[in-house]
Design a protein around this ligand. Structure first.
Ligand code: DX5
Ligand code: ZN
Length: 263
């Protein structure tokens, strides 16, 4: 089975400007359209130079599927990064769809604003949500894909009934808050269970991993079931970020092609 190099192709799939969220979800999922599970790469600007974000986005523009943007508020996680004004500025300077990962204590209050601003995906943490269904629906209603994130110790099974309400499940493979941490292998069994759960439901929900993903860990993630890969240090800590994305994608595609879950 061949796994296509999908960067340019996938960029047109996750909801084009002007399409409704329903139309986006009704579109043929990348995986079935391509006849296999497709790898998507999302470099995280957390490890980029915050004073040169437009340049840092441009450095991966031709090879990435998404630009992952970590929003932290000093409350949900012990770190402070960027918020909506920076996301709005970034949107003017990159064609890459923004994958906003909200590590904030009040996602119910703020998430829809990121979608309204133009983020193509907005992910909110299960641990912080007060009204998950309402907030996920607000994200979709504002035109974005909706993501649900869980920390390493949070199980996914309680969210099984909510599967129709989100488009991507993010399994954190570190405790959120900082880049450059070591990948947590303890999350791999949950990743396998999550992939099995998605397959049992026959859903096209994407399965993202975030944290410690690099050349030495990405194959384990792909083998276990991930199809969307966030990488910060492994991309922006490299001399050539674009080459790093391409190398990571090759590793992930190789492991995906071998993984039983992808056939
Ligand atoms: C951390 C963030 C990650 C971070 C990952 O909480 O959610 O997106 O950028 O960084 P690396 O890839 O360096 O672990
Ligand atoms: Zn993140």
């Amino acid at each position: 089975m061949t796994v296509p190099a999908a960067a340019g192709l996938l960029r047109t799939l996750p909801g084009e400007p002007g399409t409704t969220p329903d139309a986006t979800r009704a579109g043929t999922p990348a995986a079935s359209r391509l006849g296999t599970m497709a790898v998507q790469m999302a470099p995280s600007i957390l490890s980029a130079d915050f004073a040169r974000l437009a340049d840092e986005a441009a450095a991966v523009a031709t090879v990435a599927d998404w630009l992952h943007v970590d929003v932290m508020d000093y409350h949900f996680v012990p770190n402070l990064t960027i918020g909506l004004p920076v996301v709005e500025s970034l949107l003017k300077h990159t064609e890459l769809p923004l994958d906003c990962h909200l590590m904030i204590s009040e996602p119910d209050r703020w998430a829809a604003g990121y979608a309204e601003a133009g983020a193509r995906n907005v992910t909110v943490h299960a641990e912080a949500l007060q009204a998950p269904v309402r907030t996920l629906r607000e994200i979709r209603a504002a035109g974005a894909r909706a993501g649900l994130a869980v920390n390493p110790a949070t199980p996914v099974e309680p969210y099984e009934d909510l599967l129709p309400e989100f488009d991507m499940l993010l399994l954190m493979t570190i405790e959120p808050g900082f880049g450059g941490q070591s990948f947590l292998d303890v999350v791999l069994p949950k990743l396998r269970r999550a992939r099995a759960l998605l397959q049992r439901h026959g859903t096209s929900v994407w399965l993202q991993v975030d944290g410690g993903v690099g050349e030495d860990t990405i194959e384990r993630c792909a083998e276990a079931g991930a199809d969307v890969f966030v990488a910060g240090t492994a991309v922006y800590g490299a001399d050539n970020p674009a080459a790093a994305v391409e190398a990571l994608r090759r590793h992930a595609e190789h492991a995906t092609a071998r993984a039983p879950w992808s056939h």
